[in-house]
Design a protein around this ligand. Structure first.
Ligand code: BG6
Length: 488
């Protein structure tokens, strides 16, 4: 058998993309609740269009999402039926600290997640918890300017200490901040940053990044102090950059672009700033305030494992303007002529996953965890309501084969694999429901219509078989297309 017996198979979601119930249970509002559907979503995400109140002219999909706030028991039961060993989920910060700077946490919010963890354990599913997934309480943005302000370190640390204490014994696997490098590309999503007129945006982003890095190290330190069983990971929006040609300057561009992401993981995994980042600050005249105590905190708490999302590789060139571009997870890329694309233009590259695993293992020598991977696609049910999503199976199968090769042939250490959006959810980039990732279909459309009914897709049965065989049986030949898809 290629994979270890305790390999953690499962799926992943984030609070803001599934829960809904944004005004229930004493929850406060957060940056991510303010992300509208439509063409302005990008500007809000970039921090260049201020939207800190709901506006009746827009539709905000996070308000109801897929209503997991009320339906988590049903969803967890389905995850258990697929045989999940792990479920990656995030906590909503503002469900626990509604204003972010409250003296006491919101008990109702704490209880909500405690119930979820108990429900997961009932089925033998280990929770993998992201403390902040694109999530900052709105009050911290309005009152303090969000992560640009050093005070956020303490607010986050208080939040982290609260949940690490409360869920001791219930949760062992933690991620401090989802896709921490997203802060550089979508500052409002990654850090609640809204830019002010005339400020140096690069400086603001890197100062906020520094605060997040210190906060992440503090959470790691607290987790280790509270319980030696805790395993804490960092989380990168992954996918390496290929040089478009073998011109040396294209290769150099690929190295530089990889470093934009590695910068964060270098700090979190090694406990100090890499020289190339310090030189960048100097060269570009970025005045980043790094206190002497920050250096000590960073050094004191490197993470236990490195996790990342992988959807695609990217292609870059020093002469980028000469080529056709396409979209990708957050970052755009030059279109790689050797790769097929999804309906959303994201390029499909399973071997890129194996190469990413190798690069990261060579660089950090720490266990790795693939915490997001999957295919966003339009699903069309047949006349009986069945979704034959062989395209999704094909995508995931090839990526599983790629990481199995990385384990078997290259010897990398891999803790687990959680597919993104194991149940259909709101897409982060576009806010759409029609960009579906799930093994479980949710009756909900892009305008918020639908019954929220859950239905099993073909991939549901296939993934169950994959988990049962610990990744040995990847075929879908034996999966009938006339199975009962109703949820019982
Ligand atoms: C990652 C995020 O960037 O990619 C998820 O961590 C997100 O929150 C996922 O949903 C897929 O992106 P999208 O835009 O297709 O939802």
């Amino acid at each position: 058998m290629t994979l270890p017996e305790n390999f953690l198979w499962g799926g992943a979601t984030a609070a803001n993309q599934v829960e809904g119930g944004v005004l229930e249970g004493g929850r406060g509002l957060a940056n991510i609740d303010m992300m509208p559907c439509g063409s302005d979503r990008k500007k809000v995400a970039a921090g260049t269009m201020k939207m800190l109140e709901w506006d009746d002219n827009y539709y905000y999909p996070a308000k109801e999402a897929i209503d997991m706030y009320h339906r988590y028991m049903e969803d967890i039961k389905l995850f258990a039926k697929m045989g999940f060993k792990v479920y990656r989920m995030s906590l909503s910060w503002s469900r626990i600290f509604p204003n972010g700077d409250d003296a006491e946490p919101n008990e109702e919010g704490l209880l909500f997640y405690e119930n979820i963890f108990n429900e997961l354990h009932k089925y033998g599913i280990e929770p993998l918890v992201t403390i902040a997934h694109f999530d900052v309480p709105l009050n911290l943005i309005k009152k303090y300017g969000s992560w640009r302000n050093r005070k956020l370190i303490d607010f986050y640390a208080q939040y982290a200490r609260t949940v690490l204490t409360r869920y001791k014994g219930l949760v062992k696997y933690w991620l401090t901040i989802n896709e921490i490098n997203i802060l550089l590309h979508q500052p409002f999503v990654g850090g609640g940053i809204v830019f002010e007129e005339g400020e140096n945006q690069e400086e603001v982003k890197y100062q906020a990044a520094h605060h997040q890095l210190v906060a992440s190290a503090l959470a790691t330190k607290i987790a280790h102090e509270l319980d030696q069983e805790n395993k804490v990971g960092c989380m990168l929006a992954g996918g390496n950059n290929y040089p478009y040609t073998c011109r040396p300057e294209d290769y150099q561009e690929a190295i530089n672009r990889d470093r934009e992401g590695y910068f964060f993981i270098d700090v979190q995994a090694r406990g100090k700033y890499p020289n190339y980042a310090l030189k960048k600050f100097e060269r570009e005249n970025l005045h980043i305030i790094i206190e002497p105590e920050d250096v000590k905190i960073l050094a004191s708490a490197p993470v236990d494992f490195v996790s990342f999302s992988y959807y695609s590789s990217r292609t870059v060139s020093a002469h980028s303007e000469d080529y056709e571009h396409t979209t990708g997870n957050i970052f755009g890329t030059i279109k790689n002529p050797n790769l097929p694309s999804t309906e959303w233009g994201w390029q499909i590259d399973p071997l890129g996953l194996r190469n990413s695993l190798n690069q990261m293992y060579d660089r950090y020598q720490k266990p790795l965890f693939i915490v997001e991977n999957g295919l966003g696609a339009v699903d069309v049910p047949d006349e009986n309501g069945f979704i034959d999503d062989e395209y999704r199976i094909d995508y995931i199968r090839k990526h599983i084969q790629a990481f199995k090769d990385a384990v078997e042939i290259d010897g990398i250490e891999l803790l687990g694999y959680t597919t993104w959006g194991c149940v259909d959810l709101i897409a982060a980039s576009t806010g759409q429901m029609s960009k579906r990732y799930g093994f479980i279909h949710v009756d909900r459309d892009d305008e918020g219509n639908g019954t929220m009914k859950r239905t099993k897709k073909k991939s549901f049965y296939w993934y169950k078989q994959v988990i049962e065989s610990n990744g040995e049986n990847l075929t879908s030949d034996n999966i009938s297309t006339s199975i009962d898809t109703t949820v019982k």
